[in-house]
Design a protein around this ligand. Structure first.
Ligand code: NAD
Ligand code: LMR
Length: 331
């Protein structure tokens, strides 16, 4: 029997297409892991001029997979081609950090990349384009990108904290000998940096309150720092930053946004100031649910306790200082 595929083709742009993350991400997108098993896709892959030979090889391998959903693969160093009418943008292209660096140290070099990307998106992308910024420091790069794309709704620009969310799920599952699917209502607040606040106050494991299953000392002295510093631990072990897990988290973030989920997921989105009083405009990670292509912050959580307030303040202050650092780009 012949399979029926969608009559429309969604255009998906990936920047940094010759890099590590993209080498996993592109093949998962093309296989249907992002938009499902029926949606035909055109990939528009961008990288710098000197990476075009390498992109040619990636295109060859994508062809060689004979993915049924993959209509066309274009690779280019021309952003007006790469972002042409794009429906979804995965902004990966930027430098990764090496051992001993913090993600914020990348702001000077990577921040300016997102000026040009934002402008090119404003001129070329679909007005409904949904964007995830993966390149670090992802939250502030996202702020810059959105600033340079004033004709696209700010709510369409998001940054990735789903990897941190997934790491937190995995640590709780390992600690309680549960399956990751049993762990619900996880939250990562704030910045994708060591100041992020992985919060299990609301978390349940197989319906039981997580804080009844793990003690506060383990939560504060082990769980939170392990999640906060997981990126550095991967770099230390691999001598390269996380790639397959980052690609997988990017797929999770964009799939859930496009297709919907009742699960709580952590997404860095532009704060409107509501409902938790986070300064308006910061790209801040909140607990969200998604439906009909929209995300919605989970409301009504009690974060008035001293521990939550202290942790949320630290990560908010860091995002404000990153924004101040790139103030000259936000004029
Ligand atoms: P990589 O060095 O393997 O690949 C990056 C690619 O981006 C390279 O091919 C490079 O040529 C390209 N590039 C650089 N500047 C570009 C530009 N202006 N336009 C288009 N392409 C450009 O790096 P990687 O391991 O794939 O990581 C990419 C980024 O993702 C890094 O900033 C890394 O820190 C970040 N990251 C974020 C998360 C997260 O959770 N948010 C997780 C992992 C990695
Ligand atoms: C990660 O969290 O693995 C990435 O942001 C890479 C890094 O620099 O930590």
């Amino acid at each position: 029997m012949t399979r029926a595929f969608s009559s429309d083709v969604k255009k998906v742009t990936v920047t940094g297409g010759a890099g590590q993350i993209s080498y996993s991400l592109l093949f998962r997108i093309a296989s249907g892991a992002f938009l499902g098993p029926d949606q035909r896709i055109k990939l528009q892959i961008l990288d710098l001029p000197f990476m075009q030979d390498s992109l040619k090889g990636v295109q060859m391998e994508l062809h060689d997979c004979a993915f049924p959903l993959l209509d066309e693969v274009v690779y280019t160093d021309d952003m007006s081609v790469g972002f042409k009418d794009t429906d979804y943008a995965f902004l990966v292209g930027s430098k990764p950090r090496g051992p001993g660096m913090e993600r914020g140290d990348l702001l000077k070099d990577n921040g300016k990349i997102f000026v040009g990307v934002g402008q090119a998106m404003n001129d070329n992308a679909s007005r409904d384009c949904k964007t995830i910024v993966v390149g670090n420091p992802a939250n502030t790069n996202c702020l810059i990108c959105s600033h340079y794309a004033p004709d696209i709704d700010k709510k369409n620009f998001t940054a990735m904290t789903r990897l941190d969310h997934n790491r937190a799920l995995a640590q709780i599952a390992l600690k309680t000998s549960a399956k990751v699917t049993d762990v619900q209502k996880m939250i990562v607040w704030g910045n994708h940096s060591p100041t992020m606040f992985p919060d299990i106050k609301s978390t349940t494991v197989d319906g039981k309150v997580a804080r009844d299953l793990v003690d506060r000392k383990w939560e504060e002295d082990t769980f939170i720092p392990v999640v906060q510093k997981r990126g550095a631990a991967i770099i230390e072990a691999r001598k390269l930053s996380s790639a397959a897990s980052a690609a997988s988290a990017a797929i999770d973030h964009m799939r859930d946004w496009a297709k919907g989920t009742d699960e709580w997921v952590s997404m860095s989105i532009p704060s409107t100031g509501n409902p938790y009083g986070i300064e308006e405009g910061l790209i801040f990670s909140f607990p969200c649910t998604t439906s009909n292509g929209e995300y919605k912050i989970v409301e009504g959580l009690d974060i008035s306790d001293e521990f939550s307030q202290k942790n949320i303040k630290v990560t908010t202050d860091e995002l404000v200082s990153e924004r101040n650092f790139v103030e000259h780009l936000l004029k």
